[in-house]
Design a protein around this ligand. Sequence first.
Ligand code: PMV
Length: 325
Amino acid sequence: MHFTARAHTNIALLKYWGKADTAIITPTTTSISLTLDEFYTDTTVWFDESLTADKFILDNEIITGHALQKVSRFLNIVRQQAGIASYASVISTNHVPTAAGLASSASAFAALAGAASKAAGLDLTLTELSRLARQGSGSATRSIFGGFAQWTPGNDLTSVGSPLLADADWPIQLMTVVINDQQKEVGSRAGMQHAMTTSPFYDLWVKTANEQVNQMITAIHEHDLMTIGQIAEANALQMHATNMTAVPPFNYLTDKSWEVILMAQELRQKGIPVYATMDAGPNVKLISNPADTEVIKEALLAIVSDNQVINAHPGPGIQINAGDS
Ligand code: PMV
């Protein structure tokens, strides 16, 4: 039987940056994210006894090599849990604005976990789905849930995601600023491992992140945009500081990224609450109030063009349906 899952991507306000256990993917710190409405992945899966290998089609292209292997390894976990042996067909579509460079392993593995587990005959709770998604990609752990979600350290059973405030129906938005600079990619997996094992700042990162968790949770419950933004921007800069102090150092942020980060700081001096957060790439996401969209856009247009700004709001948790999408 076919099952289709839709999972939205999420942006971490407190980052996951380092694994306590690399084999089962558990984090060194608690991360907290906002699931977004604009970016999502639809994935359809069915297991088929006549197949001689797993098949993976992404955005209408047949995928082979490393990306197929990652999907197959994940399907092996599902097959083991369900006690089945047959191979699967996986058809995925990423709903991300063209060339935005925002294709996300978070929505991809959350959607795959949802569709594959159902197609394999498993009926997992959201917590169990989160645990399964984690084994594909850490950030996917949080994409099972809508609104604000957290993912805590722990062991294979306890390190799961949970909702903090699923109905984030108050004025908060994330404006993604797509920076098109060409730069050498360091994947998040390699990047966090290198920062964790070589940066003298890494222990301080863990200590500071631990202190930020309760402050962030309180701010979210109080709908306190300024405190959420302040902590998120500090946390992101601290994460990037571990990269810049790794041995040898590496850096995801370009001159354009910094122009946008400094623009946010300047707007704050004029009384507009806008805060930057950056992941394993040059794009900058601006946390802000929808009421300030126009003034922020105007400032951004001095740095990037209109089609490089994508506005997103809190999005829903995973949806799984029988049949094709
Ligand atoms: O889930 P991964 O391996 O793609 O790592 C995600 C890392 C960050 O995006 C930088 C932070 C996060 O918590 O999402």
